[in-house]
Design a protein around this ligand. Structure first.
Ligand SMILES: *Cc1c(COP(=O)(O)O)cnc(C)c1O
Length: 235
């Protein structure tokens, strides 16, 4: 077994312990990783690929992978026209302006089907990260009128969280609490039942915190270093 297969299997076993009664999808986050490494992760059982930068992804993924390719990094509006041709979904809708730009780009392409997106939530309200505040009124107000973007369907919430500043129990509890709150926010918005925002997914948790995220309800985790090792090996 390759290292990637072994690591993926270990994560799958943990997911089964944490959530035996429901599926949790593993997204392989392949920024700074080669196409070959990414393909190994998909062969081993990752069901999605996440990339952070449009240019890197376009250069790497021609031809496209055998699984959906998602944009998970901050997307500048001037790159939208490339992104919507290249990606199968954009999980990082972090502003109204970006939603408008994607919708208009899709209209210009005369795309018939709706394009899957996720709303990005900044779970710890960090200045260094983008996304909507994890506030029910804010998120509900945005989603309740999201039918004005005819070409978008909101498939979920993608949440980002602070790195723990140390290994203390208090710090672990702080992050777990933020994740629990975001899990509740997601469930509340799901209950609204907007046809344009079915919100099937809660994408939450990375290598260091995915266990807490699954505990709080994540349906999709985003794993980079936990699959590929910690030192990037481009090319
Ligand atoms: C890099 C990245 C990940 C994966 O991080 P790891 O700690 O390497 O697992 C997940 N989500 C986003 C948005 C990222 O940029």
């Amino acid at each position: 077994m390759s290292d990637i297969e072994e690591r993926l299997e270990e994560i799958q076993a943990k997911l089964y312990d944490l959530a035996p009664d429901r599926p949790v999808e593993i997204m392989a986050v392949t920024k700074n990783r080669s196409r070959e490494e990414a393909i190994q992760a998909v062969a081993a059982g990752a069901t999605l690929i996440g990339e952070n930068r449009v240019q890197e992804s376009v250069a790497k993924w021609d031809p496209k992978p055998d699984c959906p390719l998602h944009m998970i990094g901050h997307l500048q509006t001037n790159k939208v026209k490339y992104a919507i041709r290249h990606f199968d979904a954009v999980d990082s809708i972090d502003s109204e302006k970006l939603a408008v730009a994607i919708d208009q780009g899709l209209l210009r392409m005369n795309r018939l089907e709706k394009f899957p997106v996720m709303l990005q939530v900044n779970g710890g309200q960090e200045i260094s990260k983008s996304g909507f505040d994890p506030n029910l009124d804010t998120v509900r107000r945005f989603l309740s009128t999201a039918d004005k973007w005819d070409k978008l369907v909101f498939r979920g919430i993608m949440a980002v969280f602070p790195l723990p500043s140390d290994n203390s129990f208090a710090e672990k509890q702080r992050i777990r609490h933020l994740m629990k709150e975001t899990g509740e926010l997601w469930r509340m918005c799901q209950l609204e039942g907007y046809p344009w925002a079915p919100l099937e997914h809660l994408s939450m948790g990375m290598t260091h915190d995915y266990e807490w995220a699954v505990e709080a309800g994540a349906t999709m985790i985003r794993i980079g270093s936990g699959l590929f090792g910690s030192s990037p090996n481009p090319g």
